[in-house]
Design a protein around this ligand. Structure first.
Ligand SMILES: Cc1cc2nc3c(=O)[nH]c(=O)nc-3n(C[C@H](O)[C@H](O)[C@H](O)COP(=O)(O)OP(=O)(O)OC[C@H]3O[C@@H](n4cnc5c(N)ncnc54)[C@H](O)[C@@H]3O)c2cc1C
Ligand code: FES
Length: 340
């Protein structure tokens, strides 16, 4: 350890060194220790933990941390670095191996409009610079004007070096303007990833509940593909998918195509007089479905409102909060300049 680095020790006794200015989260991941995380910009709260000893210094705002937790010494590890003293944190590392994040160039292989405001983008990676990822992870994409946005990977890794993204148009959005206006096959885009810890946990011996809104179906598709590629004995006993959209034309993919899925419930939130299926919100549909939540593992991807409500409602209905994993598609406007 050089003089400048400081040691951070976790509840389990696992320890790693942090260079001043480096986030505690990044240093842990670099040392092969996985801490729960999603947005890496202080907005989702999944990387929070309590400081038991030592000091930390902020790298930016921590909007996801409430005042009570802040006063009780909680921090967001993605937004904190060391402050000259060894640190002890009351956080358990996640028993997972995640491939290290790296920067790779990619080229747009195809762009396909799959719903009125959704594009399926396929990015080709150079065969000599393969990217390894786990289903459920995302990449940060740097566009031609230097804007960076996060997009979940919608396919499992295969021999062919292709990454599939599902991109929704956000009205007035900077990256949306590029995807839906200027992007062409052959364009070069820089990727940083894979990122995020909302991947399938082992062993897969519990009912699996997958909740998505909009393009939140992208990581769900990747997870289902990963499960389909496994031996039957290593698959969850049951899989239940709840996908919410405003319009019926937004259901651009059919999870029931995969014979793995016992129950697929499309849930419509907008007005459509001809719709005979479930209406309302996916989190309500999941709670009312009769899935044994006390025993289940849940992954939720999509709008921050759905993720927050789902966590609260499913935990109140008996789910162990440690088995709720999520990526909230938070607006990225505050991470324009985030280094990748
Ligand atoms: C971990 C993670 C994974 C993500 N995965 C995906 C994905 O797979 N597919 C996908 O389409 N998007 C995904 N997103 C969202 C994506 O990163 C961008 O935020 C989104 O595409 C908007 O970018 P933009 O540049 O077009 O809009 P911006 O220029 O960032 O925003 C324009 C305006 O719209 C608002 N806004 C931005 N996003 C939203 C939103 N979701 N809801 C309401 N208002 C919004 C902003 O606050 C701003 O006022 C993900 C986000 C995160 C954090
Ligand atoms: S707040 Fe740290 S990963 Fe989201």
């Amino acid at each position: 350890m050089s003089g400048a680095e400081q040691r951070v020790t976790l509840a389990s006794g696992a320890a790693f060194d942090v260079v001043p200015g480096q986030s505690i989260l990044d240093a842990a991941l670099q040392a092969g220790i996985v801490l729960e995380h999603s947005c890496r910009s202080g907005r989702c709260g999944s990387c929070e933990g309590q400081v038991l000893a030592g000091g930390t210094a902020p790298l930016g705002g921590e909007p996801a941390l409430d005042a009570a937790r802040h006063s009780a010494g909680w921090v967001l590890t993605c937004m904190r670095t060391v402050d000259g003293q060894p640190v002890r944190l009351a956080i358990e590392p996640v028993p997972l191996h995640l491939p290290p994040a790296k920067l790779v160039p990619s080229k747009i292989a195809s762009l396909e409009r799959v719903a009125p405001d959704v594009l399926r983008v396929r990015l080709r990676l150079p065969p000599q610079q393969p990217l390894h990822w786990r289903a459920g992870q995302y990449v940060d994409v740097a566009g031609p004007s230097g804007i960076r946005r996060s997009y979940s990977i919608a396919n499992r890794p295969r021999a062919e070096p292709l990454i599939e993204l599902h991109v929704r148009a956000v009205p007035g959005g900077s990256f949306s303007a590029y995807w839906f206006g200027q992007a062409r096959p052959g364009d070069l885009l820089r990727l940083h990833g894979p990122l995020g810890s909302a991947v399938l946990r082992e062993p897969q011996d519990r009912p699996l509940v997958l909740l998505a809104t909009g393009t939140g179906i992208a990581p769900v598709k990747a997870m289902l593909e990963e499960i389909a590629a496994r031996d039957e004995r290593e698959r969850p006993p049951t899989i239940h998918v709840f996908w919410g959209n405003r319009r019926r034309s937004d259901f651009y993919w059919d999870p029931a195509m995969l014979p793995l899925v016992q129950q697929f419930t499309p849930v419509l939130s907008g007005v459509d007089h001809g719709w005979t299926g479930r209406r309302g919100w996916v989190q309500h549909a999941a709670v009312e479905s009769g899935v044994p939540l006390a025993d289940a593992a849940v992954h939720a991807c999509g709008s921050a409102r759905m993720v927050d409500d789902a966590r609260r409602m499913l935990v109140a209905a008996g789910l162990d909060p440690r088995r709720f994993h999520a990526d909230a598609f938070l607006p990225s406007s505050s991470n324009h300049g985030k280094p990748s």
